[in-house]
Design a protein. Structure first.
Length: 259
């Protein structure tokens, strides 16, 4: 078996080969364009990233942005789940909530950011924007999951006189969790995009988006690429981590293979 075959059969090997392919494509684009101001070479970007990683401001901005993303995502999930429960429990409320959430989905992110900058401080705008992006997705998926609950399980709960908590854990959550996990996975990436976009426009003191805007103003293209690369890697890492946490929770609660 050749080394290339082993690499293709290994997840890590496949990942390295894909990364090498896109790095080569990036290098080729940089050579063809021939203007580092427009497309810097991968080497220059990684060199700039190495320099940034040695600065305290880099880590402060990174942690501040991560905190905003986490806050926006958690608030959006909590409010989305709460709204889904309310609109399914009292169907008349969905006639009031559904048009608003549909409008939130249709409105461009930039519009929310500009309006939010009028209403609140620059530091709060990214959290608000990320919340607005997360909430409709979670509400829609969880509401759909609740609506698709099998009535037979409700009857089973009454027959065996299960407490509300046991019904929630053993009958309802196993059916709703796939919809919830899908909503969170989809909205997490959008939350990252919305928060960083709000930071670019609002330019709070400590933020990756502010650093990207500053790099663009001073034509530091390599630095702009470096920050963009960090945002992409963090977004992917957050999504992978959340997926693994959800899988671990599913196994721990014994919900695997259940409807």
């Amino acid at each position: 078996m050749t080394a290339s075959t082993i690499c293709l059969k290994s997840r890590l090997g496949r990942g390295l080969l894909v990364a090498a392919f896109y790095l080569a494509l990036w290098q080729l684009a940089a050579v063809l364009v021939g203007q580092p101001l427009l497309v810097p070479a991968p080497g220059a970007v990684f060199q700039r990233l190495f320099v940034l990683a040695g600065e305290a401001h880099f880590w402060q901005a990174l942690l501040a942005s991560m905190g905003r993303v986490a806050a926006a995502f958690l608030l959006g999930v909590v409010l989305g789940v709460a709204l889904a429960v309310v609109t399914r429990r009292w169907s008349w409320s969905s006639y009031l909530v559904a048009p608003l959430l549909s409008a939130l989905r249709a409105t461009p992110v930039s519009s929310f950011i500009i309006l939010a900058l009028v209403w609140m401080g620059a530091g709060a705008v990214p959290v608000f924007t990320g919340l607005i992006m997360t909430l409709p997705i979670v509400w829609g998926n969880v509401s759909q999951g609740i609506g698709s609950l099998d009535p037979a399980y409700e009857e089973m709960g009454r027959v065996f006189a299960l407490s509300p908590m046991k019904r929630l854990r053993y009958l309802y959550l196993p059916q709703i969790m796939p919809s919830f996990a899908s909503a969170c996975t989809t909205s997490l990436g959008m939350t990252w995009k919305a928060v960083i976009a709000a930071e670019v426009l609002g330019t709070p003191k400590l933020a990756m988006g502010s650093a990207m805007y500053s790099a663009k103003i001073y034509l530091e293209t390599a630095e702009l690429f470096a920050w963009t690369l960090v945002v992409i890697l963090l977004s992917v890492a957050f999504e992978r981590l959340f997926t693994r946490l959800m899988a671990a929770l599913t196994r721990k609660m014994g919900w695997e293979g259940r409807p």
